[in-house]
Structures are given as C-alpha cells and as structure tokens.
Design a protein around this ligand. Structure first.
Ligand code: CP
Length: 314
C-alpha cells in the first residue's frame, strides 16, 4: 500500500497514477463516507491548509463537491470563477494563479477548458494541483468516483464489463474512466455513433461498438455520457431526435434485457436525449449515489495529497 502515500504530488490525470494509488484513495474514501454520514460531518485533517478552487468553466457537481469536501476536512477555502475575474481584462493563467498563490494558498483545484493546463501549471508553480477537468482531456476525480460507485454496486471490477455510451470524442470523463477501469482490471467498451468515437481509440485497448442494443446486452454497467453540444464546432449528428432514437437509453430497451444492469451518468444529464427520465430515476440508476460518493472521493484525494505537503513542510 505504498506506506499510505500516493505516488504523486498532484492529481493531473488517472494516466499518471498507479493502481495502488487508486486503491489507497478508495480505502480513504470508504472511511470519509462514514464521516459524512455522521451527524457531525467534519474532521480537522486539513486545518491550516488553504485551498483555492479555480473554475474557468461552468460546473455544478464538481465545484460544490470539492468545496464541501474541503470544508468537511476543515480547510480554508476560496473560490474563483473566471467569468467575474480579471481574466476578462486579459490576465494570463500563470499570472492569475501566481497572484492567488501570493495570498498563501497551498493547493489549487482547477477546471480549465485547455487540455494540459494543469500539467503546464505544475511545471511553473510549487503548490499542489488537482485537475477538476481539463477540456476534452481528463477528469480524474469523476473517474475515481465512478469506479468507486461501480465497485460498491457490482463488487471487484476485475473482469467486469463496462460500456461507456455516447459522445466519447468530446468527453474527458470517457478518457479518465478508460484509464481508471483498465487499471482496476475491467473490460472496457465504448459505444456511440462513429462520428463521436475517436478514430484510434482501440489503441487504448478498448472495444468499439456502434450497436447500442448489443452493447447493452454485453455490459454489466452502462456509463452514459451526454452529447456535448458546446464543444461541437461542426455537426456530428443529424439531430438530437435522431441521436435519441438510435442511442438513447430507454426503459423499453432495458426491459428487453433479461439481466441486471447498472446505469450511471456523470451529469449534467440531457433527459430525453441520451437517457430517458424513467431510466434516470429507475432502480437501475446509481446517478445520485455517484454524486454522494464524489464528496468522499474528493476528501480522500485532498487528504492524501495534503499528507505529502505536510511531509515537505516538516
Ligand atoms: N460531472 C461533472 O463534472 O459535472 P459538473 O460539470 O456539474 O461539475
């Protein structure tokens, strides 16, 4: 168990962490999940640690989940949103972050539209960085909470069949999920229209399918992604209506399966497009459990990274 320590100072992506790191995070998350279900949900672990949440892109779940995780660990928290900042006046990312760090901030949680922005920062600043989503690249804490939620539902993921449905091309959740699930020994498939599946994704060792019904029959868990219209500069599908007809996960389609299946979605959902309301709200769905687990997973990541910071300071 690596002496209870992560192999990395930052969480830039799942690609850069080990299977032992993932298991260590899950083990800490299990304990933090107990904490946040107690009447007193707070522990003093990150007292005297100051964390800045920098969001250069919109977020509901990730932003609130990190903030709650930080507060439940007793950290001091400041929030930054690019839409109301001096970024609008032309300040660079590095200048913005260096100014925030001058106010004695210890850790940065950042969402940024540019893939690799976190790696770039890690080369120029001393503070620890957690990636809360970088463009179409990675969203590591989402993949960790997804895999943790799957494990809670179906047990050890080794040999389990997980299919990621939808807009794989524009999804940072897909890439982080693929890395995380493969490190845990799962068999991973992606399924969607050919225009929304990256050309060489099979080189990552995932199966590719364009057939929704067959993929639903194949998998133990279906992780359904939304169509990311905001990242689509050209038309990849004829219409949302047509997408929904061919690739929407509906009750009618699930009723035809003669087996148990777990339905997940990282949010935000487009109800009636990639997933119907009766599926999203059904007993198959663990969508709200994913959100609950997100706080525990983020507490675990922050706690384990801060351990490294304390060692450096000693
Ligand atoms: N899953 C996810 O990243 O949601 P938000 O964009 O609301 O943070």
């Amino acid at each position: 168990m690596q002496d209870g320590r992560l192999s990395t100072r930052h969480l830039l992506g799942i690609k850069y962490i080990t299977t032992q790191d993932i298991e260590l995070i899950f083990s800490a998350a299990k304990q933090f999940k107990e904490v946040i279900n107690r009447p007193i949900k707070k522990v003093p672990s990150l007292r005297d640690v100051t964390i800045a949440n920098l969001f250069f892109e919109n977020s509901t779940r990730t932003k609130l989940s990190f903030e709650l995780a930080e507060k439940r660990l007793s950290a001091d928290v400041v929030n930054f949103s690019s839409s109301s900042s001096s970024v609008k006046k032309g300040e660079t990312l590095l200048d913005t972050v260096n100014n925030i760090l001058s106010m004695k901030v210890d850790m940065i949680v950042m969402r940024h539209p540019a893939p690799g922005a976190h790696y770039f920062l890690s080369q120029h600043i001393d503070a620890q960085i957690i990636n809360a989503g970088d463009g179409t690249h990675e969203h590591p804490t989402q993949a960790l909470l997804d895999a943790y939620s799957m494990q809670e539902k179906v047990g050890n993921l080794r040999g389990k069949k997980i299919c990621i449905f939808g807009d794989i091309l524009h999804s940072r959740v897909a890439l982080s999920n693929i890395f995380c699930l493969q490190k845990l020994g799962a068999k991973v498939r992606v399924c969607g229209p050919a225009t929304l599946i990256p050309k060489h994704i099979d080189k990552l060792g995932v199966e590719v399918s364009y057939n929704l019904e067959e993929s639903l029959r194949w998998c133990d868990v279906a992780n359904v992604l939304r169509i990311q219209l905001e990242r689509q500069d050209i038309k990849y599908i004829p219409s949302l209506r047509e997408y929904s007809m061919y690739y929407g996960i509906t009750k009618e389609r699930l009723d035809k399966l003669d087996k148990e299946i777990v339905i997940m979605h990282p949010g935000p959902m487009n109800r009636g497009v990639e997933i119907s309301s009766d599926v999203a709200d059904s007993d198959h769905s663990i969508i709200l459990q994913q959100v609950e687990n997100g706080v525990a997973i983020r507490m675990a990541v922050l706690f384990l990274l801060a351990k490294d910071r304390n060692d450096l300071a000693a």
